[in-house]
Design a protein around this ligand. Sequence first.
Ligand code: ADP
Ligand code: MG
Length: 424
Amino acid sequence: MRGPIVSYGTDRVTRFPFFKIFITVQSNLSTMASQIPSLVELVLEASSLYKQTFPGETPQIAACAPGRVNLIGEHTDYNQGYVLPMALPLVTVVVGSPSPGDDAIIVTATGHADEPRRVNFSLPNKGSTLSPGVPYWANYVKGVIHHYRAQPLPGFKAVVVSSVPLGGGLSSSASLEVAFYTFLQQLRPDDGDKILKAVACQQAEHTHAGVPCGIMDQFVSVLGKEGHALLIDCRSLETIPVPLADPDLVILITNSNVKHSLASSEYAVRRRQCEKAASILGKDSLRDATLKDLEGFRDELDDVIYRRARHVIEENHRTVKAAEFLKRGAYHEFGQLMLESHNSLRDLYEVSCKDLDCLVSAAMEVNGVFGSRMTGGGFGGCTVTLLKAHVIDRTIQHIQERYHGTPTFFVTTPSEGARDLQLS
Ligand code: ADP
Ligand code: MG
């Protein structure tokens, strides 16, 4: 028996049978890493939950958006600096249909979101606004609706599934926002401007989830390019795709599966410290500051502010240099910068923790590993490691032996940004 067609992008169409099959988008390089569910599997899961939740109905539209990993350039985005992330094969999928009236009904499949997992609210129209509330997870979606750039929206029903781990530093939040925005674009098209789309999703996180994040996560989730990392200038919002598709190279993500409660409060503290440093240096942001400027104000800065600013200024340089190295295939040099970045985040910016330090030093002990560092905001979450493909399982095994916790591993490739999925 033949099943429905799911197509993604314009060029790939897969016909799959009704019985469950496992197509993995990750390379089969490792027997020890977690399996990453394919897009087809996620769409099937979402469609089946939709049919179960709304008996007699089938979803008509679908969209997806990826999580991301940042290869280098940490805590630079909100300082108007440079970042070098890539989109992941871990994605959030939204399926749904328009429905009569002004209500939105949204269900998330994940058991890791706060309860209830089904929400029902009136869409904002005629001047009314959509305020944040409970459950907390729905605020990300409400924020996207609030900032959506073509109003009013028709009523709709939607189901969300995701393979991005929640709260793990791989930006499940941006992938949820961007997937949802992409879904809304099919319900009522906006002008299709991708940069304004990313900015609207960032605003959603600020105003409705209460997270004052930079632009990186939403940007790469919208604009990610298969086989490429993305050098983003967070001031001009210009991007340069950097090829990263060497079959002998692997990008390993290790989730420490720890998240220290300090993460969000310390993030806000770091932002304030950077603003203070920029203002003492007489700059709009630390992006404009040089090491020479910093040394010139050494006596007017307390030690903590000095070290925060030094991390940001040096990390910006490292990121631009790293993109050059990657372009040339200079992986040793790239890896060295990853390690310097980690050490700076540990010693100057003080956002690492013992778990992340242990994962990085364990990875660096394996022959064939080029570089490793914490990635994301810090205080837990993930590390990213660049290594030769043939040492992947040896590396995973070594990390497991050295790390006291229960890490999970993803072998990843740079993937495409948000896109519509055609269901039929
Ligand atoms: P990260 O973005 O690194 O995964 P965050 O703390 O920024 O971590 O965002 C995680 C939060 O985003 C979750 O606690 C939840 O509220 C929301 N979220 C993300 N993905 C989903 C999803 N698929 N369903 C419901 N909520 C989600
Ligand atoms: Mg997030």
